[in-house]
Write a protein of this length. Structure first.
Ligand SMILES: NC(=O)NCCC(=O)O
Length: 327
């Protein structure tokens, strides 16, 4: 619970987390899909705008089927677009300006300047409708049907924090939530809210979902906003999971359950496991410093000691520091 302070006024920010099913079957044309998904987004953004949301975030790869399970290149790579000037960013700029709202838009990015490379990228549009910057997913899964390394490499944008009129924001895309150092990186750069746009399924990760972003909020003294995709996506062609089981056409159930966690360990209820939804939560950013002052996790974190350890561990001739009884 955030306390009143003598010297600082409350810094209230309203966040909007949107989880959505794809509105059309996966085999629809890209043009039809784009039209339908943009229509759905307009409604969600309108609702967020009328609810006074200051920062809105979509789920990972929100405007396309989560097709990476198929390992097919044709069609799916056509969804990739410029972060700066692509159709999705152009579409969202208007809404950001109209509703005075920062919009975080995780998309499949195509970087035409660098040889048409493809990335998993979150685009940040500021509340004046201007492109502010982008972050590329740092950790790419190689687990189950999450065959994302077929499409793009690990990101090369570090741990950027976007300074906005509504606080210092960062984005830790999906699988990056399993990496405590990734969360730490955004904290070290001063993030006050870290969004975790995701696409993950029941059998794989539901047991971890409520723990990881919440723990990151506690450990790093910032708010976290975990947003998961929702629904079951079925594809035209069968694919295998490399586990000896029969080929199949669907990925499993994306279980939604988006939520917000605070640096004091409290959290919001989660959205539905099966339905689209917009979670609106009001945060007082002053809580970040209050929790840091109280617990002292940052003051006691001994970065120098861990920096030395990491420097040693990455050496090819590193010998693990194990002490055993010699006879
Ligand atoms: N999209 C993505 O990174 N999913 C990986 C599965 C998980 O992290 O739960």
């Amino acid at each position: 619970m955030c306390q009143e302070e003598e010297l600082r006024s409350p810094r209230i920010v309203r966040v909007g987390l949107f989880q959505n099913k794809i509105p059309l079957p996966t085999w629809s044309s890209i043009k039809e899909m784009r039209e339908a998904v943009f229509k759905m987004a307009s409604d969600a953004l309108g609702l967020a705008g009328s609810s006074g949301v200051n920062v809105f975030c979509f789920q990972e790869a929100w405007n396309m089927p989560f097709a990476f399970c198929t390992r097919e290149k044709q069609h799916w790579c056509e969804y990739a677009e410029s972060a700066e000037h692509g159709p999705t960013t152009s579409f969202l700029k208007e809404f950001a300006k109209r509703y005075n709202m920062v919009i975080i838009s995780p998309i499949l990015e195509r970087d035409e300047i660098h040889n048409d490379t493809i990335w998993n990228t979150a685009v940040v549009i500021d509340n004046h409708g201007d492109y502010l910057g982008k972050h590329r997913k740092n950790h790419i899964p190689r687990v189950g049907d999450f065959n994302e390394s077929t499409y793009y490499f690990e990101g090369n944008t570090g741990h950027p924090v976007f300074k906005t009129e509504f606080g210092k924001l960062a984005i830790n895309i999906c699988y990056g939530r399993h990496h405590p150092l990734n969360w730490l990186g955004f904290g070290l750069n001063g993030a006050e809210i870290v969004f975790n746009p995701s696409a993950t399924i029941g059998q794989l990760s539901e047991a971890l979902w409520g723990v990881e972003a919440r723990n990151a909020a506690i450990a790093n003294g910032y708010y976290t906003c975990a947003i998961n995709r929702v629904g079951t996506e079925t594809f035209a062609n069968e694919f295998t999971s490399g586990d000896g089981k029969p080929a199949h056409k669907d990925f499993g159930h994306f279980y939604g359950s988006s939520y917000v966690a605070a640096p004091d360990g409290s959290r919001s209820p989660g959205l539905s496991r099966t339905k689209n939804g917009l979670l609106v939560a009001e945060l007082d950013l002053n809580l970040c410093r209050q929790v840091k002052d109280f617990w002292g996790f940052q003051m006691t974190q001994r970065l120098d000691m861990y920096a030395d350890l990491l420097k040693e561990v990455i050496k090819p001739d590193y010998k693990p520091q194990v002490i055993s009884k010699t006879i």
